[in-house]
Design a binder for this molecule. Structure first.
Ligand SMILES: Nc1ncnc2c1ncn2[C@@H]1O[C@H](COP(=O)(O)OS(=O)(=O)O)[C@@H](OP(=O)(O)O)[C@H]1O
Ligand SMILES: Nc1ncnc2c1ncn2[C@@H]1O[C@H](COP(=O)(O)OP(=O)(O)O)[C@@H](O)[C@H]1O
Length: 239
C-alpha cells in the first residue's frame, strides 16, 4: 500500500484542495468537498467534459429560473409559457414544478416547515444539476421561506439563480382557487396553508417581479417574455 501525505488548503468557495503526494507515483491532486457532505472521505470526481463544453453544444448558458409565489399566483402557468417559448427558440429547458416533484422525489414530504425546507433543498439541488448540465431549469414552487430560497441561490455561481416573484395579491389567488384549496383552508379543513395560516415571505430583491397592471393580470405569454428579455440581456441565450 502506498503511503500519502496530504496538505489541505481551504479555498474561499469552501472546498479543500489537497496536494496529495504518493510515494510511488509522484504527485496527484484531489479536490475534496468539505461542506454539505453527510459522510467523511468523499472525494469530488472531475471529468474532462465540463459545463462549458455542454453549453457550447447547446448554445446557451445553464441557469436556474426560480419562480416563487402563493398557490394560485400563476407559477406553473408562467413556467409552461416560458418553457414553450424557449423551446420554440431552440433552447433546452426543464420544468421542476413543486406539485409534480411531490409526486415522486418528494412524495415523502408534508407541508410542515421542515418538510417544505427539505422540499426546496432537494429541488434546489436537482435544479443545480440541470444548470450544470447546461439547461435552463425552471423551478416553480411556493418556496415560502426566504432562507430556503437564499440557500438555493447560494449553491449556484453568481447570476445563475434568477428569482422570479409572482407578486399577485392573496385575494386574487384566492378568487382563482382552481383546486378549491383556499376554500378548504378557510373552512379549517387544511391546516397550515400558505397565505392563510402559514407564512409567505415575499422576496426582497428578486431579479424579476411579475405583477398585475392595475386590476389586470398580463397574459402568461407576456410574463414569460419579460423573463426571456432578462435572459437575453444577461447573455443566457447564447454560449
Ligand atoms: N398546506 C399547503 N400549503 C400550500 N400549498 C399546499 C398545501 N397543501 C397542499 N398544497 C398544494 O401543494 C402545492 C405546493 O407545493 P410546493 O412544493 O410548491 O410547496 S412548498 O414550496 O413546499 O411550500 C400547491 O400547488 P400550487 O397551487 O401549484 O402552488 C398546492 O396545490
Ligand atoms: N397570467 C394569468 N392571468 C390570468 N389567470 C392566470 C394567469 N396565470 C395563471 N392564471 C390562472 O390562475 C390559476 C392558477 O394558476 P397556476 O399556474 O396553477 O398557479 P400556481 O402554480 O401558482 O398555483 C389557474 O386557473 C390559471 O389558469
Amino acid at each position: 500500500m502506498p503511503s500519502y501525505t496530504v496538505d489541505v488548503e481551504v479555498k474561499s468557495n469552501g472546498r479543500a484542495v489537497t496536494n496529495d503526494s504518493d510515494d510511488s507515483n509522484g504527485s496527484i491532486r484531489l479536490e475534496k468537498s468539505t461542506i454539505g457532505c453527510g459522510s467523511a472521505n468523499i472525494v469530488w470526481h472531475k471529468c474532462s467534459v465540463e459545463k462549458i463544453g455542454r453549453q457550447e453544444l447547446l448554445q446557451q448558458k445553464g441557469c436556474v429560473i426560480w419562480i416563487t409565489g402563493l398557490s394560485g399566483s400563476g407559477k406553473s402557468t408562467v413556467a409552461c409559457a416560458l418553457t414553450k417559448a424557449l423551446h420554440a427558440r431552440g433552447k433546452l429547458t426543464y420544468v421542476l414544478d413543486g406539485d409534480n416533484v411531490r409526486h415522486g422525489l418528494n412524495s415523502d414530504l408534508t407541508f410542515k416547515a421542515e418538510d417544505r425546507a427539505e422540499n426546496i433543498r432537494r429541488i434546489g439541488e436537482v435544479a443545480k444539476l440541470f444548470a450544470d448540465a447546461g439547461l435552463i431549469c425552471i423551478a416553480s414552487a411556493i418556496s415560502p421561506y426566504r432562507k430556503d430560497r437564499d440557500a438555493c441561490r447560494s449553491k449556484l455561481p453568481d447570476g445563475d439563480f434568477i428569482e422570479v416573484f409572482m407578486d399577485i395579491p392573496l385575494c386574487v389567488c384566492e378568487a382563482r382557487d382552481p383546486k378549491g384549496l383556499y376554500k378548504l383552508a378557510r373552512a379549517g379543513k387544511i391546516k397550515g396553508f400558505t397565505g392563510i395560516d402559514d407564512p409567505y415571505e415575499a422576496p426582497l430583491n428578486s431579479e424579476i417581479v411579475l405583477q398585475q397592471e392595475g386590476e389586470v393580470c398580463p397574459p402568461p405569454e407576456a410574463m414569460a417574455e419579460k423573463v426571456i428579455s432578462y435572459l437575453e440581456a444577461k447573455g443566457y441565450l447564447q454560449a
